[in-house]
Design a protein around this ligand. Structure first.
Ligand code: C5P
Length: 235
């Protein structure tokens, strides 16, 4: 029995502004993807990392991981492999799933765009799946009040903040559950996370405490925060 971590990294990152694909943007001089893969590959619970790269960037990502000694296994570091991603995040994850070795029975899915995820969170999610949960997601309380709006910007409802969680990755799954969920999904209505597909099957998803440092780098301000967190870790 093995645990694999799938890393969708094929997004364009348009909300970050013009430039390279998001996963290849630099953080502390190193592409975000390298930070994310290193975090997963050095987590004790992870045996293999599979990256879904932009379709035209597979060779570049292989070279990048090799350059950072993340392609082949070394003491305390799990090996990585690279597959071609797809049009949507869901498609990218599906392409990685079909490439997993038969021995893999637990799958974590982790956004390349969450480069500073602590190893404690990775291992906590893996452990919760190993302990018997079909699907596990990290969540943190939301700081803002969240309102549902219509197309004209009119407020439809104010949601009860106390009952909401902002969901992060890594999300962990029993492999059979995740592959069934992807097989049953509607490619024309892609989900924004993997647990959403599992929920659609009627399978229970467990929320465990997330970590502020697992935040997603989406907008330019997130890069400022990420640089600051990295600098504090290096100090
Ligand atoms: O767009 P969003 O921020 O939800 O992207 C989350 C993750 O999914 C990112 O790591 C991104 O690279 C990845 N992604 C992907 N393939 C796509 C779109 C997004 O692997 N077609």
């Amino acid at each position: 029995t093995l645990t694999a971590a799938v890393v969708p990294a094929a997004g364009r990152g348009e909300r970050l502004g013009p430039g390279a694909p998001k996963a290849l943007r630099l953080l502390g001089g190193v592409p975000m993807l390298v930070h994310a893969v290193r975090a997963l590959a050095t987590a004790r619970s992870v045996d293999l990392v599979v990256v879904a790269a932009p379709e035209d960037g597979v060779g570049d990502v292989v070279a990048l991981l090799a350059e950072h000694n993340l392609l082949d296994a070394s003491p305390g570091v799990a090996p990585s492999m690279v597959v071609s991603g797809g049009e949507t995040r869901q498609d990218s994850v599906a392409r990685a799933l079909v490439s997993l070795p038969a021995e893999v029975d637990v799958v974590l899915v982790h956004d390349a765009a969450r480069p500073l995820v602590p190893s404690t969170l990775i291992d906590a999610v893996s452990a919760a799946v190993r302990a018997g949960a079909d699907a596990v997601v990290p969540g943190i309380p939301v700081a803002d009040t969240i309102k549902a709006v219509d197309a004209d910007g009119g407020v439809v409802a104010t949601l009860d903040r106390g009952a909401l969680r902002a969901i992060q990755t890594p999300q962990g799954f029993r492999r059979t559950v995740l592959t069934s969920a992807h097989a049953a999904s509607d490619p024309d209505a892609p989900a924004t996370d993997d647990a959403g597909l599992v929920e659609a099957l009627g399978v229970e998803v467990l929320v465990v405490p997330g970590d502020e440092e697992a935040f997603k780098v989406t907008r330019p301000i997130d890069l400022v925060l990420a640089e600051a967190v990295l600098a504090r870790r290096r100090a």
